[in-house]
Design a protein around this ligand. Structure first.
Ligand SMILES: *[C@@H]1O[C@H](CO)[C@@H](O)[C@H](O)[C@H]1NC(C)=O
Length: 209
C-alpha cells in the first residue's frame, strides 16, 4: 500500500515536471543549424509569434518574371521553427511566371485562391505532370522535383502554398544557371547552349563571366 502511494506520487511529480516542448519559436539572433533555430525563451513568447500578417498584401510583381513569392518560412515567421510546416503567397500578374524551381527541403501543396494557374512538375524519370488549375484547386509538388507556375488568366492570379518544412528552401533553375559568375564557357558546356544564348541570358538575369 505504502509502495503504491509512493509510486503514484512519484508519477505525479514526474508528470508535473514533464517538459513536453509545445513549440520552439525561432530565436533569429541565435545561430541556425540543420535542425533549425534555437528556441526563444518560452516566457518571452506571445500570440504574435504564432501570427504572420505579411501575406495580406500582394507581392511586388513589377519584375522580369511578373510574379512574386512572399515566404512565411522560419526566417520570416519564427513560430514555425521546429514544427515541420510553413507557407508562402504567390502573386502572378498577367503573363507572370514562377520559373522552373525546386524546394530541396519539402513537398508543396498549392491552393489557387484567385484567377487560374498552369502548373507542372517533372519527375526524376522526366515525366511531366501538367494541369491548368482553377480557383479552389489544389496541386501537390513532391519534394525536390523541378516545377513551375504560369498565370493562365488575363488577370492577377493568387495562390497560397504550404510546405512540409519550416525552411523548404527555394532554388530557381534559371537563376542558378545564368544569374551568377559561373563562367559562360562552363555554362555552355553543361547546358549544351551556345555562347550567344548564355551571354544573353546572363545579361538579362544579372550574371557575369
Ligand atoms: C515594385 O518594384 C519596382 C521595381 O523594383 C519598384 O520600382 C516599385 O517602386 C515597387 N513598387 C512598390 C509598390 O513597392
Amino acid at each position: 500500500m505504502l509502495h503504491t502511494i509512493f509510486f503514484l506520487s512519484s508519477l505525479l511529480i514526474i508528470s508535473s515536471h514533464a517538459s513536453v516542448q509545445d513549440f520552439c519559436v525561432g530565436d533569429l539572433k541565435a545561430p541556425e543549424g540543420p535542425a533549425g533555430y534555437s528556441c526563444k525563451k518560452p516566457s518571452l513568447v506571445t500570440v504574435d509569434d504564432f501570427v504572420f500578417t505579411g501575406l495580406r498584401a500582394a507581392g511586388n510583381t513589377s519584375n522580369i518574371i511578373k510574379a512574386a513569392v512572399s515566404p512565411a518560412f522560419a526566417a520570416q515567421f519564427p513560430g514555425v521553427n521546429g514544427l515541420g510546416i510553413s507557407v508562402a503567397r504567390l502573386d502572378l500578374a498577367p503573363n507572370g511566371v514562377i520559373p522552373m524551381h525546386t524546394h530541396p527541403g519539402a513537398s508543396e501543396l498549392l491552393v489557387v485562391t484567385q484567377g487560374s494557374i498552369l502548373a507542372g512538375f517533372v519527375s526524376s524519370a522526366n515525366d511531366v505532370y501538367l494541369k491548368k488549375l482553377k480557383r479552389g484547386d489544389v496541386m501537390l509538388f513532391p519534394q525536390g522535383l523541378l516545377h513551375f507556375q504560369i498565370n493562365s488568366a488575363g488577370v492577377n492570379s493568387i495562390a497560397f502554398v504550404s510546405f512540409g518544412s519550416p525552411s523548404p528552401g527555394l532554388q530557381i533553375l534559371d537563376f542558378a544557371l545564368f544569374a551568377n559568375d559561373l563562367p559562360s564557357k562552363l555554362v555552355e558546356k553543361t547546358t549544351f547552349l551556345d555562347d550567344a544564348t548564355v551571354k544573353a541570358l546572363k545579361a538579362v538575369l544579372g550574371g557575369t563571366g
